[in-house]
Design a protein around this ligand. Structure first.
Ligand SMILES: *Cc1c(COP(=O)(O)O)cnc(C)c1O
Length: 347
């Protein structure tokens, strides 16, 4: 039985078209700048987000740490949301590797950072304090429910940051979900920011990799830091080939994942004992179990697995489900049916 895996969109496997493109990709030594497939991916990525240049990196985590190390020197400060992926799930890499100090503020419910609250955190010129250099914004925002930011907010954020002499980085791991959900091109969201990372390996289904984009001068420095981190790869065109397919043919279809997330959320909201956060803005559904449910999240995970469905708890009474390319309409139906059985009959 093939499992229905709703734990994350990181579980997506490369499509047959990607595997074919990988097998036939022309390659070269990318540390010498010689890999034509990597170069093509980087150009395509930069064009998608309206920046001068791109850099292929092994992971979104590496893309974010490189970006923050380019924007901030040792002992300098980046302002981030307290529930940002960079704060919660990247191993503290910005401080471990770059000596960058993080200053955190709580996100608004929609994942945005309020400009007046940021303003209060910007440090004055003072030897006692780290110098503020950067604001990092996550779009879509994972822990805030897969929420996206509007072009208006991002323009205001960019203008505000630049007026204060700060740069803006966007952790756009799921940037294309944010764009498709608003029926916009990604570059309409990234215009106001100085740098952006997005993942090829999530909803876009490529097996490995992210791209960091920014100005040519920014990417020249980023390439140096990627090398420091051991992220210079050789015949990486094998991987970049899947990334090109991702950018050329997997973006528009993300709308289907959003529609299915909505259908799944509507079905779940009718099951007694489940408290949905609301309808999903993109491809993530979050819900809590109320007191009427006696099962633990661990028991629910095991019982669902017996029905061939993998789900992932993100708290003592909380779940996150993520739709993606490998979740079709029938998988949505089977998941709802399994939840009904597990939660109403205890197995
Ligand atoms: C997945 C993710 C990343 C990067 O993750 P990798 O697994 O390192 O590619 C960064 N930010 C957000 C919001 C993410 O969801």
């Amino acid at each position: 039985m093939t499992l229905i895996d709703l734990r994350s969109d990181t579980v997506t496997q490369p499509t047959p078209e990607m595997r074919a493109a990988m097998a036939s990709a022309p390659v070269g030594d990318d540390v010498f700048g010689d890999d034509p497939t990597v170069n093509r991916l980087q150009e395509l990525a930069a064009a998608k987000v309206g920046k001068e240049a791109g850099l292929f990196v092994p992971s979104g985590t590496m893309g974010n740490v490189i970006a923050i190390l380019v924007h901030c020197g040792r002992g300098e400060e980046a302002i981030l949301g307290a529930r940002a992926h960079t704060v919660l799930y990247e191993g503290g890499g910005i401080s471990y590797l770059g000596g960058v100090h993080s200053r955190q503020l709580n996100e608004q419910p929609d994942g945005s950072l309020a400009l007046d609250e940021i303003e209060a955190l910007i440090r004055p010129e003072d030897v006692h304090q780290p110098a503020t250099r950067l604001i990092s914004v996550e779009n879509t925002h994972n822990r805030c429910g897969g929420t996206f930011q509007s072009p208006d907010y991002l323009r205001a954020l960019g203008d505000f940051a630049h007026a204060h002499g700060l740069s803006v980085h966007m952790d756009g791991a799921r940037l294309f979900n944010a764009a498709v959900a608003q029926k916009l091109e990604a570059r309409e969201l990234t215009g106001p920011v100085d740098s952006v990372t997005f993942c090829l390996s999530k909803g876009l289904c490529a097996p490995v990799g992210s791209v960091l984009c920014g100005s040519q001068a920014f990417i020249n420095r980023a390439r140096h830091i990627r090398k420091h981190l051991g992220g210079g790869m050789r015949q990486a065109g094998i991987l970049a080939a899947a990334g090109i397919v991702a950018l050329e043919s997997m973006i528009e279809r993300l709308a289907e994942d959003h529609t299915r997330a909505r259908t799944l959320a509507e079905g779940l909201s009718e099951i007694p004992g489940l408290r949905l956060d609301g309808l999903p803005p993109t491809n993530m559904i979050f819900f809590d179990l109320d007191e009427s449910i006696r099962l633990t999240v661990g028991q629910i995970e095991s019982l669902m697995q017996e029905h061939g469905i993998l789900v992932h708890a993100t708290g003592a009474r909380r779940f996150r489900l993520v739709t993606h390319y490998w979740i079709d309409d029938s998988a949505v139906e089977q998941t709802l049916q399994a939840f009904r059985v597990v939660l109403t009959q205890g197995g």
